[in-house]
Design a protein around this ligand. Structure first.
Ligand code: HQG
Length: 181
């Protein structure tokens, strides 16, 4: 295997650990989602060769900037995407007129009925543009994109958050604010 595919596979494992299952590396997260870097490295090393240099390369080169270190690089967390209840100190940000959500065609009937729900995660994930939403949707089979009337929703009291890596997040989107594209 190439070095890059090794790092990609470890990056997926790190996502799993830092967003959903810290126990998979025998570690815990604090209330803000931070893990001890040393403990994470040790935990990953139980199943494969791994060191701080590899971790720093993964964090630096991740295309979606999924992870952040704290200032002195003793702690690391995922910027968004968690299923476990942690507070990653998201910013409340006024959204543009429209945001987008990509999903699988198989979910459309349910979404048309109940709106967007966070399912296993803490928030519904929205994209800034239609292309990105379509890519997210393709992860679930044949993609469908919804346009979200985000400005209108905010005017009606909806609270939108943005993670430090630019993902828009909201607790739920009622069906009345959704238009299938
Ligand atoms: C769907 C990736 C039925 C929802 C991506 C989605 C993203 C409903 C699925 C991030 C529903 C949950 C998150 C309803 C929502 N009925 N299905 N009422 N409401 N759904 O993976 O948004 O590469 O938890 O449409 O880029 O696909 O991991 O969410 O299809 O930003 O960093 O339930 O994950 O980022 O699926 O993806 P997911 P998602 P990473």
């Amino acid at each position: 295997m190439s070095k890059q595919s090794d790092l990609n596979s470890i990056s997926k494992f790190i996502s799993l650990i830092l967003r959903h299952h810290p126990d998979a590396a025998g570690i815990t997260l604090d209330e803000h989602g931070w893990a001890e870097v040393e403990a994470l490295i040790e935990g990953i090393r139980r199943s494969r060769p791994f060191d701080r240099e590899m971790l720093e390369e993964i964090v630096r080169t991740d295309r979606k900037m999924r992870y952040s270190f704290n200032e002195d690089k003793t702690l690391i967390r995922a910027n968004q995407g968690h299923s476990i209840p942690v507070d990653v100190e998201l910013s409340v940000v006024s959204p543009p007129e429209y945001l987008y959500h990509g999903t699988g065609a198989k979910f459309a009937e349910s979404i048309d009925r109940t709106g967007l729900l966070p399912k296993s995660r803490l928030y519904v994930h929205l994209s800034q543009d239609e292309d990105t939403a379509r890519q997210v949707g393709s992860r679930h089979g044949s993609p469908v994109v919804y346009r979200v009337k985000s400005r209108q929703m905010e005017n009606h009291g909806g609270v939108f958050y943005r993670s430090v890596n630019g993902v828009w997040l909201i607790k739920a989107v009622p069906a009345e604010y959704l238009e299938k594209m």
